[in-house]
Design a protein around this ligand. Structure first.
Ligand code: F6R
Length: 588
């Protein structure tokens, strides 16, 4: 949450910083700010709202060759100019992504030392500590080291010191930070898309490493201030990958990339119905715990059904924010799978670390290459979704479902199931090209929508409901159909559309009778199924292609994503950046 950028070099910093910030807006967009050096003086401009609001008040012609930028998702203190970054105390100007958990005790201590604070943020303690230590020791690296030793929590920080305006300083712990270089100079950013307009070469800063950037050089130090040699990574995609390319929204564009994403993920692990070396050869596990947050958790639920059914292994799936605080029973043959698009989600990372502390094997299913979860897990399997910009995940979800289905095949050893993946891209294309407006039309005027289904279809209901909730602000509820009668059916009336999902033959009669029950109570019903059943228990029907159970969730999610998209569009919502959300949840 929050995006940070920095630039130092031979070209004008402000246009570059604004450009980079726009590509980080998915991380938070309630306010933003920029700091730049002009005539040896640090200027700060901040504004509430999206980057376009900041853009209106910043003079891009200013000839400054060094600067920092920030786009905020508020945690401590409301969105306001006062609370937006950069924050300045004394000689130090700072942008920060993350949360300083012990900021209150530091703040109180510094207040006793007559240091003044001007915001409600946790961040302000960082420049305050830097300035406090700098008064005693003018070596900035020493000062940063001391500051890091005081901070608890997660942080990626960019710094300009008024006494050293030819350098940008940066350090991180928990929150991501990359350094990039082009012919004009050096960049600092929370994520790769921010620098792709300038370069595709970058280095990943590791935990508690400190970077010092000048226009000609970048040095990285360990916390002991030993110099470190860093590996240069090359981002495989192009700027095209992160542009709208004619689509009205990233969400729609990303949904329409799904057949490619499916094929890229499949072909990375499978060739001619055999697993390639890119797939891990697992040892035998007795138990699997799958952990994730939000949609990644729902992928986990799909994995739970598929792996237990096809590989005959006991699988449980938990949301990471619960799992990390629960009493968990591991044995030596337990595998913990962490699913995360960003690879930076704080709760998922904590769950991974918990498993590692218990000496349990961990496997990460991640989209963002080099992210914290991918680096810390014992094994990592990447999905090939490419950068996902819309806050609501779609193509990464489909890629994760593809991979967890492949994992179920791998763990089951029933390699003949790999054939079921062949040609699925045609079904994906078919579903992408249906017209979903007629379904959206029946939902968008209502304030509630229910999704009902059983087993794996229930997991899809959860995803469908989340997608609708977050993009259109409709109160959407997913219910395991069998639970309807235990209370929730009291909410059904003619104003509550119900979407019933059934792709499993053995559940068909059950789900149909649940749909009949809600229809009898005047609900408007939409039936999503792979059987062409003619009856009057549904008002509208979406027939999805009949495929094997092992691949069925991969295609069934598509109508749900597109219905959410078109409903949100009809309601005039800010589809790619829904209110109160941010894509990468690096705080607890
Ligand atoms: C929903 C959505 C979120 C994420 C969740 C986990 O559309 O995008 O629910 O799935 O925040 O994020 P990652 O996968 O990055 O760990």
């Amino acid at each position: 949450m929050c995006g940070i950028v920095g630039y130092i070099g031979r070209e004008k910093a402000i246009p570059k910083i604004l450009n980079s910030l726009k590509f980080l807006e998915y991380r938070g967009y309630d306010s933003s700010g920029i700091a730049y050096v002009k005539d040896n003086h640090i200027n700060i401009i901040k504004e509430i709202g999206k980057i376009k609001c900041l853009e209106k008040i910043v003079d891009t012609m200013v000839d400054s060759k060094i600067g920092l930028g920030h786009t905020r998702w508020a945690t401590h203190g409301i969105p306001s100019v006062k609370n937006s970054h950069p924050h300045q105390v004394g000689k130090f100007t700072v942008v920060h992504n993350g949360i300083i958990e012990n900021y209150l005790s530091i703040k109180n201590e510094l207040i006793k030392n007559n240091i003044e604070f001007n915001s409600d943020t946790d961040t302000e303690v960082i420049p305050a500590l830097l300035d406090y230590y700098y008064k005693k020791d003018k070596n900035i690296l020493n000062v940063i080291k001391k500051t890091i030793s005081r901070l608890k929590g997660s942080y990626a920080v960019g710094i300009i010191c008024e006494d050293d305006i030819n350098h940008l300083y940066a350090f991180r712990c928990g929150s991501p930070l990359i350094i990039a270089k082009d012919d004009s100079g050096y960049y600092l950013a929370s994520d790769v898309p921010a620098i792709l307009s300038f370069t595709n070469k970058y280095i990943l800063l590791d935990e508690k490493e400190i970077a010092v950037l000048s226009k000609n050089d970048c040095e990285v130090f360990s916390l002991n201030l030993d110099k470190i040699h860093k590996k240069i990574n090359i981002f495989e995609g192009t700027q095209e990958t992160i542009m709208l390319n004619g689509y009205e929204h990233y969400m729609l564009k990303e949904i329409h990339e799904e057949s490619k994403v499916f094929l890229d993920t499949l072909n990375y692990y499978v060739k001619e119905n055999k697993f390639k070396d890119t797939m891990i050869n697992f040892k035998k596990y007795n138990k699997i715990h799958i952990v994730g947050c939000g949609s990644a958790y729902y992928v986990g639920l799909i994995g739970e059904y598929l792996i237990s059914e096809f590989a005959n292994i006991e699988v449980t799936c938990e949301v990471a924010s619960e799992y990390r605080y629960k009493k968990v029973f591991y044995d030596k043959k337990t595998l913990v799978i962490i699913i995360s698009q960003s690879g930076e989600t704080a709760d998922s990372l904590a769950a991974l670390r918990m498993a590692k502390e218990n000496h349990i094997d961990t496997l990460a299913i991640v989209n963002v290459v080099g992210s914290s979860i991918s680096r810390e897990a014992d094994y990592t399997l990447y999905v090939k979704a490419g950068p996902e910009i819309a806050v609501a995940t779609t193509k990464a979800f489909l890629a994760q479902v593809t991979l967890i289905s492949l994992l179920a095949v791998k763990l089951s050893n029933k390699l003949e199931l790999l054939r079921e993946f062949n040609g699925l891209e045609k079904h994906i294309e078919y579903l992408l090209n249906l017209d979903y407006n007629e379904y959206a039309e029946t939902i968008y005027k209502h304030e509630n929508t229910f999704f009902i289904g059983r087993l794996i279809d229930y997991a899809l209901c959860l995803e469908g409901a989340l997608k609708l909730k977050e993009t259109s602000y409709i109160n959407a509820l997913a219910i395991a159909s069998g639970e309807l009668k235990h209370g929730t059916i009291s909410l059904i009336n003619e104003n509550v559309p119900v979407i019933g999902i059934c792709t499993k033959k053995d559940m068909m009669s059950k789900t149909i009778s649940n749909l009949k029950e809600v229809k009898a109570r005047c609900a408007y019903t939409i039936f999503i199924t792979n059987e062409d059943i003619q009856d009057d228990f549904y008002d509208k029907k979406i027939i999805i292609p009949k495929v094997h159970d092992i691949v069925s969730p991969i295609i069934t999610v598509i109508p749900l994503q597109l219905i959410a998209y078109y409903v949100a569009k009809k309601r005039g919502c800010d589809i790619d950046k829904p209110r109160n959300l941010a894509k990468s949840v690096t705080v607890e």
